[in-house]
Ligand binder design. Structure first.
Ligand code: HEM
Length: 358
């Protein structure tokens, strides 16, 4: 059943559109439907999203990235080898055994860094969120959230990552960008790969370099976006309150990874909808935030074979940050915010300006 979307909503931009909050609340029980603008089924019912990401009858849409760039490269004669190198180490871009191998490598790699990360989290949070303990005006994204994420990624990757070095790397997953942006992200990834290789020295293997690169690509925007969106959500709802009076949720209440794509590998049904092999599904993980069932709300880190490997680290950071905020006696007022435009993959505030006072 391929009913056309009768809604005027643009499902390519819903994840960052202001109408999204109402849309998700009002469409929780909706069955999947086909949207011809996206050329994909739209899944906005949180229970269906949970079922699909755990399913073994689908593969990530990102697993086509390498093949797409290879075709472009052959057709246009452009060298996209830096992107192809990155895709070869990012588990979300790999199938079956290659996925399992790369996931295992990243998991072992993160386990080796766990002790250092755990030891450093309190000081990173204390240093980067120190601005929240003083009266005055603060721009939260550039003064706290982004520097915090870069500190963490610098420990993971073994070298000092600056904002400029990995600002645009996750654009690699965006299938809607033009050729000049594709060339730019390829050039950025090439520079980043060279920096990592130079830092590690000639003994380093492709896996040593690729694992660090993969974690930079997969870690930055989800972390920055989820913390930014969640802090914005909390401070908007509590503007005028003392930071210490706010009831901070155990889990980030919003996500920077609003939607993931899946491609059907084995036909299956949900309700009246029959999905055929090759169908594309846009799974709106952001709908979890609005689920009536609290158990479903904790699925922002995905599920099944591709469950996020950065979840424990992100949760440690969230707990440390909310503990610090709940110990500040200052009153917070949300002054303004702006969102990152032209992003079809992540959700992320560009700026969140707050005033802190007594
Ligand atoms: C709060 C922040 C984060 C959120 C909300 C988040 C969310 C997600 C989600 C939804 C997926 C699955 C995507 C899919 O199924 O298509 C995923 C995968 C992944 N994430 Fe995260 N992530 C976060 C932070 C991080 C960090 C900091 C790292 C690395 C240090 C990381 C590493 C990974 C990896 C390696 C995968 C791929 C797993 C695989 O394909 O097997 N994530 N993340």
């Amino acid at each position: 059943m391929r009913a056309q979307a009768e809604s005027p909503i643009n499902f390519l931009t819903l994840h960052r559109d202001a109408v999204r909050h109402r849309y998700y609340v009002e469409n929780q029980d909706r069955d999947p439907f086909y949207d011809s603008t996206c050329g994909a089924w739209i899944i906005g019912n949180p229970a269906h999203c949970k079922q699909i990401i755990a399913s073994s009858d689908v593969r990530p849409g990102t697993s086509d990235c390498a093949a797409d760039y290879l075709t472009l490269s052959e057709r246009l004669g452009i060298d996209f080898s830096p992107l192809l190198f990155a895709f070869g180490h990012i588990p979300l871009c790999l199938h079956a055994e290659a996925h399992q191998r790369s996931r295992r490598q990243l998991s072992e790699f993160l386990a080796e860094r766990k002790a250092e990360l755990t030891a450093r989290i309190p000081s990173i949070i204390a240093q980067r969120f120190e601005v929240m303990r003083h009266e005055g005006r603060v721009e939260l994204m550039s003064e706290a959230v982004v520097p915090m994420a870069l500190d963490v990624l610098s420990i993971i990757s073994d070298f000092g990552v600056s904002a400029a070095q990995c600002e645009n790397v996750s654009v690699a997953f965006d299938k809607l960008i033009g050729m000049s942006k594709r060339r730019r992200v390829s050039a950025d990834l090439s520079k980043l790969t060279d920096l990592i290789a130079a830092r590690l020295g000639p003994e380093a293997s492709d896996t040593d370099v690729g694992s660090r690169l993969a974690l930079l690509v997969l870690g930055r925007d989800p972390l920055v976006g989820t913390f930014g969106e969640s802090l914005h959500h909390i401070f908007k709802a509590n503007s005028g309150s003392c930071l210490s009076d706010i009831d901070y949720p155990d889990l980030p209440p919003q996500t920077g990874v609003p939607v993931v794509e899946r491609i059907v590998t084995r036909p299956f049904r949900i309700g009246e909808c029959q999905f055929a092999e090759g169908d594309r599904l846009r799974v709106h993980l952001q709908s979890f935030a609005y689920a009536a069932d609290a158990r479903i709300r904790s699925n922002f880190f995905g599920g099944g074979a591709h469950t996020c490997l950065g979840r424990p680290l992100s949760m440690d950071l969230w707990r440390a940050m909310t503990t610090l905020l709940s110990n500040s006696p200052l009153r917070i007022t949300l002054l303004s915010s702006s969102r990152r435009e032209s992003d079809y993959v992540f959700t992320c505030p560009q700026s969140i300006t707050v005033e802190l006072g007594r």
